[in-house]
Write a protein of this length. Structure first.
Length: 152
């Protein structure tokens, strides 16, 4: 059964806000990551595996794996807050379950509980290959805080 959050869409305003914020992140651009799904409380980020993001054994580095997981959760939380708010990570824990091998990583952030101040997200990272094979390589949990958006 397909996950219902996969079918739901955010408003064009929320989509633009999330995409614009993602596009302004230097680290995500540096890593070559891209947003592939923006739904209410759920965001997917894909990171192509390439030599610049690997460690000495050829697997995607834990730092890159953690960074896309953190961003996926942060943007999932951002889809659920008002336009005058922003989101910052307070803490996260990630378990590296298997070497991050494959042609790409897909990080999925899913909001478990969105509160007035704090939001908790589930983080999953899959290693994927071109043929559609996917393997869970990392999972975690994250706490984020809603802050007032700075005046521009």
């Amino acid at each position: 059964m397909e996950d219902q959050t996969q079918q739901e869409q955010v408003s064009p305003t929320v989509r633009k806000r999330v995409q614009d914020s993602f596009d302004s992140q230097g680290l995500m651009a540096h890593l070559g990551a891209r947003l592939t799904h923006i739904g209410p409380g759920r965001v997917h980020i894909v990171l192509p595996a390439r030599p610049e993001v690997t460690q000495q054994h050829g697997y995607v580095h834990a730092g890159a794996t953690s960074a896309v997981a953190d961003s996926a959760g942060g943007y999932a939380a951002l889809t659920l807050v008002s336009e005058d708010s922003d989101i910052l990570t307070v803490e996260y824990k990630i378990n590296l379950l298997a070497p991050a091998a494959g042609d790409y990583l897909e990080a999925i952030g899913t909001v478990l509980k969105s509160g007035r101040t704090l939001t908790v997200c589930q983080l999953e990272v899959y290693g994927g290959r071109g043929g559609g094979e996917r393997k869970l390589v990392a999972n975690g949990q994250q706490t984020l805080i809603r802050v007032d958006r700075p005046a521009q």
